[in-house]
Ligand binder design. Structure first.
Ligand code: ZN
Length: 232
């Protein structure tokens, strides 16, 4: 059994994030080691059910294969991917399933450097270029975050991606009462991060201060209290 599930909740949330960080470091260094957790035996062991320790909402970009960049195996992560990690009802429903039914300890939003969806939304906001078809739907869902970022003085593509990742983590808590209550009762942690295509590192973008990169998150009780006050 994974030791993550044997410890108190706050430690579980932090342990889940540390586990992802350690896996990401291995990926960045070229020392990935999750081969055994992708074996036929592992596949057989998981036929009866799944118990992923984290849910990840990330961009569908082909350079962002979630299990690989966190060096995790079969059954470890519940992954939802859309272009620009745009959020709609089915995304929310999928993540609510991960939180409420599967009992993940951590919810991660992962954006990335050089995101085409973020760039398209920035072009729409700045130049009025609206893409055709359903690509427009993606741009519409990202545009408010781009507008907010511009009002905060951010124009560089990487800053917009960081802002959008953090704003999406906030949005999940605003839109989903399941996620909001899980955070309120300290059952899950929420992390926003962006992925650097060149280094392979996922770098946290603190929620509430999207433009600022500081230390990686540790789920102290004061963070829970902040959420409690915002919910109340
Ligand atoms: Zn992208």
């Amino acid at each position: 059994m994974n030791p993550v599930y044997d410890t108190p909740t706050v430690e579980r949330r932090t342990a889940a994030w540390l586990r992802l960080q350690e896996g990401n470091r291995r990926w960045a260094e070229g020392t990935s080691e999750s081969g055994t957790t992708r074996s036929p035996q592992r596949r057989a062991d998981l036929v009866a059910g799944q118990a992923p320790f984290a849910a990840v909402l990330s961009c569908a970009d082909s350079r962002l294969p979630t299990e690989l960049i966190f060096d995790q195996g079969l059954g470890d992560l519940f992954v939802v991917r859309t272009a620009g990690h745009a959020v709609d009802d089915t995304v929310l429903g999928s993540l609510e399933y991960a939180v409420d039914v599967l009992g993940v300890d951590l919810l991660v939003v992962l954006g990335h450097q050089g995101c085409g969806a973020v760039a398209a939304a920035a072009r729409a906001v700045t130049h009025g270029t609206v893409p055709a078809g359903h690509i427009r739907d993606i741009v519409e869902r990202l545009s408010c975050d781009i507008l907010q970022a511009h009002h905060a003085g951010l124009v560089e593509a990487d800053d917009l991606s960081r802002w959008h990742a953090a704003a999406t983590a906030d949005l999940l808590q605003q839109r989903s009462t399941v996620v909001q209550e899980a955070v309120f009762h300290a059952r899950i942690g929420v992390v926003a991060a962006t992925y650097d295509l060149a280094t392979g590192l996922a770098i946290p973008a603190p929620i509430g201060r999207p433009a600022v990169i500081t230390e990686p998150p540790v789920f102290e009780e004061h963070l829970v209290n902040e959420h409690q006050s915002s919910v109340a």
